[in-house]
Design a protein around this ligand. Structure first.
Ligand SMILES: [Zn+2]
Length: 132
């Protein structure tokens, strides 16, 4: 029998996803993996990044600890829109990261608009979904 897993959720039922801040000086290095997609397709390399968790900057590993006989996974993402942990979302850098992404998306939309004006025959694309 495997070890039971304890997934921590917030009061609203969402899984607590921490913000993994990429930082070459961070104490955590994520494990690299290369999922195989299809014959002839280069494997997708994931992980192998250095950084820290915004709400627990001293944490040194994302390996799930075992507490009370259960694995305690540490879900996290370097994508700010995916983060649900209120403490991670509360650090000042989080707001800056979200604003930087919003500005970059605004820039992309402006570029798209320029391109559409120059080539009016282009089909309309769906607007990107932005996290608030
Ligand atoms: Zn957090």
């Amino acid at each position: 029998m495997g070890t039971p897993v304890n997934i921590r959720v917030l009061k609203n039922g969402q899984v607590r996803i921490h913000w993994f801040v990429r930082d070459p000086k961070g104490p955590i290095r994520t494990g690299a993996s290369a999922p195989f997609l299809a014959p002839g397709v280069k494997p997708l390399v994931l992980g192998g990044k250095t950084g820290y968790l915004a709400c627990q900057p001293k944490l040194r590993s994302l390996t799930s600890p075992i507490a009370e006989g259960k694995l305690q996974p540490i879900p996290c993402s370097s994508e700010p829109a995916a983060v649900t942990c209120p403490e991670c979302r509360g650090v000042p850098q989080y707001r800056e990261a979200c604003e930087a992404i919003a500005n970059a998306n605004g820039q992309l939309r402006a570029d798209d608009a320029d391109r559409k004006r120059k080539t009016p025959a282009q089909p309309q694309e769906a607007a990107p979904i932005l996290a608030s």
